[in-house]
Unconditional design. Structure first.
Length: 250
């Protein structure tokens, strides 16, 4: 103490060293406290961000789709069958619309019971079918893909097929309709039920214009440029049918 009182340099050095040591420990303490508060701070920031978006009128997209299922009785070759459908909601993580074969990446996979060839639909209509599956994700080929044929039905029960021509993402072609069947603009086109992928009466779209006596342009009911959530259709009976049909081709 005598040295410190009589030597200002040593006194300043000691105080400075003590300050550095204290500052070091305070810094460590602050980092530790900040670490434990990080989760709470992050939650607060998320909440504040959501509140700010609401004030600015920016829509925060929440999945509006819910798990749903139903059982339906159908008649095939005079035989009655019970088909159980389960619709599993999924989020669209990626969606291409500018390629010859377009696809969607979904946040549901094999751990959710997703399998290859399951149908994918939206609240408004058809979307595609599952082609690849991992544990947590799946890939669906979009109907906006060349060579993707879907069995379709007109209001009077006539069956044709729809296929995309690779041009307009809002339009799809309906072909194979007999000349005796006269369709008019805005007539509704739905899935026929003959498909081993899509259930019957899923909306495809409405007639846009007549291309020829046997073909038409259809406005797709699903808007692929604004697609955020979909349903994956889990159909136990259909999976059995698909497995049987694939075994014949082997």
């Amino acid at each position: 103490m005598i040295v410190f009182k009589n030597n200002h340099y040593q006194q300043a050095s000691a105080v400075n060293s003590t300050g550095k040591i204290a500052g070091f420990f305070y810094n460590k303490k602050n980092k530790l406290v900040s670490y434990f508060l990080l989760g709470r701070i992050n939650d607060q920031l998320v909440a504040e961000n959501a509140a700010l978006k609401e004030k600015l009128g920016i829509e925060i997209k929440v999945n509006p789709l819910k798990d749903t299922s139903y059982t339906k009785e159908i008649t095939i070759d005079s035989n009655k069958q019970m088909i159980h459908y389960s619709y599993l909601p999924a989020k669209v993580l990626n969606n291409t619309i500018d390629q010859k074969v377009n696809y969607l990446t979904l946040n549901k996979g094999s751990l959710d019971g997703i399998k290859k060839n399951m149908a994918v639909i939206s609240e408004k209509g058809i979307v595609g079918k599952i082609t690849n599956v991992s544990e947590h994700y799946s890939i669906a080929a979009s109907v906006l893909s060349e060579r993707f044929n879907i069995s379709a039905m007109t209001p009077d029960g006539t069956v044709g097929k729809v296929v995309w021509d690779g041009k307009n993402t809002a339009l799809i072609n309906l072909t194979g309709i007999p000349q005796s069947v006269k369709l008019k603009p805005l007539d509704t086109i739905v899935t026929s039920g003959y498909s081993s992928i899509f259930p019957e009466n899923i909306m495809i779209g409405r007639i846009a214009k007549v291309e020829s006596p046997t073909s038409y342009k259809i406005w797709l009911s699903t808007q692929f440029t604004n697609l955020h959530f979909v349903y994956i259709v889990k159909d136990v009976a259909n999976q059995e049918q698909l497995t049987l049909e694939e075994s014949i081709q082997e």
